[in-house]
Design a binder for this molecule. Sequence first.
Ligand SMILES: Cc1ncc(COP(=O)(O)O)c(C=O)c1O
Length: 349
Amino acid sequence: MDVARDDKPGVHGYMPNAGILEVRDEVAKYLTEINWDELNSFFYNNHVIMTVGAAGGLNCVLKSILDPSDEVLVIAPYFMEYSYYVDNHSGVVRVVEADEDFRPRAESINVAINKKTKALLINSPNNPTGVVYSKEELNTIGDVLSQASLKYKRDIVLISDEPYKKIVFKGKKAPSVFASYPNTIVVTSFSKDLSIPGERLGYVAINPKMVEAEDLSTAVTLSNRILGSVNAPALIQRVVQRLLHDQADLNIYEERSIFLADALIKRGYELKEPEGSFYLFPKSPIPDDLVFTSLLREENILAVPGEGFGRKGYFRLSLCLDKKMIEKSLDGFSRALEKSRHLFSEETQ
Ligand SMILES: Cc1ncc(COP(=O)(O)O)c(C=O)c1O
């Protein structure tokens, strides 16, 4: 309310394209605090660019770093919009498969890197799998990228898309990626942890240890401007300035996630319990996840086929519904499973 009532001249005006200076100062202070133990470096306001959500931030970063036909590695299953974002900036996505537990495989990343590789784009806590990368996994990724950068004489960038960073279960925390590799850019938003996706606010944070941090900051700022956002929305910047340490009630997501995962397993579904984010990614009981999600739709259950995330044979459920609604859906899950078994046995006869 204070922010809305503020009638000082200029509060709704244009601002530096990177965002309101005091807000970026606050974000830089916050990043210094949470990363200090591992990184031992100060973030300053020039390391922070306020963006129109994580989606806007990713586009600014890709616009800044990609030359035509540069490759960006993504680890499947992955958020499908990445393909479009990379394509927006004339890049090419190269998909690297995660292992059967959806964990990153250093060897596969290494094999996929070539002289055109410009960036590896990771997402932990992950949409759609709920996997949270460990410190060891991030360090291994950092080592792979350091060696490949030397080999190809090219600074490969690690882009860490972290809108679910604060949504981690069992009282754990998602480890910071900055100390694992100097050439790191974090892209995040307040869409998920404050549950305000419609307000369209996020930011890009550049590792102070990156050699070209200053140039990159200028490029991302210019991209914010010329991609058409000009700057992130003013009012909500001033609001989140006061909420950097806050988050929506995690217990709600955790409770729903445990409840639905247990209920589905009891009913005969196979799935890995998520460590964070707010999705479940169960195995489709039949190989064709498109057919299976259509059976779920007949039960009024909306699920996204795994194919949409680059991993066939799975489907994604979102936990952004109240528990009563989830409870009501359980019989529908059982019926869809039953129908799929009939269908599959008919097809294989
Ligand atoms: C992995 C991932 N990255 C980026 C985004 C975009 O987030 P925002 O709404 O902050 O632009 C989403 C939104 O669902 C997402 O799941």
